[in-house]
Design a protein around this ligand. Structure first.
Ligand SMILES: CC(C)(COP(=O)(O)OP(=O)(O)OC[C@H]1O[C@@H](n2cnc3c(N)ncnc32)[C@H](O)[C@@H]1OP(=O)(O)O)[C@@H](O)C(=O)NCCC(=O)NCCS
Length: 259
């Protein structure tokens, strides 16, 4: 097994989170590519894990924290680490050491680039990216917002702990249902949610106002404290894993029926 940097010939696979077999991924639009094109000159690191036959089994993406959705300085932040775990497509590569090797390679790269520490996030519940996995890899909890846990591994004594940015909810509009979708681009699952919400909202004509909040620019992130989210009026919809188009449509329909 070896860890390599992303190269042009593997970009499409990376944009699809290694799930090039997935029909769902085709719903994600072009947000990831657009995000990558902007982030590649802002210090974004992408590494892939290859097995002994050269097949890609895992990926990690990270960047200087100042360009991400977390408050901090002189640190690098891991957006996500993913070792393909489905039987479908390329198959299950988990529990063969790829995750550990990817994390180690990203940490070394961040250190070389002068970072004072590495930051990661996970969920306190046993699904999606578990915070406990990073704890096992030597990370300590530094902040929490709901079920989202922020963890870090400082490399130097003068590293300053990172923090979540405080979240703000969107306003409601009298006589309308507001569907607010925050979209950043880095996460394909959340790009899917955005595209589904936009399509579903359009079905209800002028009873529903669809509001897109593009969170790529830092001032927008600092204002809202969220990179990706879906709100129907001021109620947040759980988006991990992505709700189906039908479910989102149903949630909007329920609100419309109460107008
Ligand atoms: C967490 C993850 C990155 C680990 O990668 P991996 O290649 O399977 O892990 P490794 O083989 O390197 O194992 C590293 C350690 O984690 C442990 N581990 C692996 N999967 C685990 C799991 N599901 N639960 C608990 N521990 C786990 C291993 O036992 C090993 O422990 P050790 O350090 O005591 O030996 C991988 O399982 C994954 O991608 N999971 C899904 C995460 C996810 O949802 N990411 C967001 C996608 S957008």
């Amino acid at each position: 097994m070896k860890i390599v940097d992303l190269t042009d010939d593997r970009k499409e696979l990376y944009f699809f989170c290694l799930e090039d077999w997935s029909e769902e991924m085709k719903e994600a639009g072009d947000h990831k590519r657009a995000w990558y094109e902007k982030m590649k000159d802002q210090g974004l690191g992408v590494k892939l894990a290859l097995d002994d036959t050269g097949e890609v089994g895992g990926m990690i993406q990270y960047a200087p924290i100042e360009h991400t959705f977390v408050e901090g300085q002189d640190l690098h932040f891991i957006y996500c680490i993913w070792v393909h775990g489905y039987k479908k497509g390329r198959g299950n590569f988990q529990k063969r050491g790829m995750g550990k090797a990817l994390l180690k390679a990203a940490e070394s790269d961040a250190k070389e680039k002068g970072a004072k520490g590495m930051v990661a996030w996970g969920i306190s519940l046993p699904f999606w990216m578990r915070a406990s996995w990073f704890k096992k890899q030597g990370y300590t909890k530094v902040d929490k917002q709901g079920i989202q846990v922020l963890l870090w591994k400082p490399f130097t004594n003068d590293a300053i702990p990172p923090k979540w940015i405080k979240k703000k909810k969107p306003e409601t509009t009298p006589g309308k249902v507001m569907v607010t979708a925050f979209v950043n681009g880095w996460c394909q699952a959340q790009n899917i949610v955005y595209e589904r919400a936009k399509r579903a909202a359009a079905e209800f004509g002028d009873k529903v106002v669809f509001q897109e909040i593009d969170t790529f620019e830092r001032p927008t992130l600092l204002e809202w404290g969220t990179s990706d989210a879906l709100f129907i009026d001021n109620k947040e919809v759980r988006t991990g894993p992505p709700p189906s188009y039908k479910k989102i449509r149903k949630l909007i329909a329920r609100k419309v029926s109460k107008l």
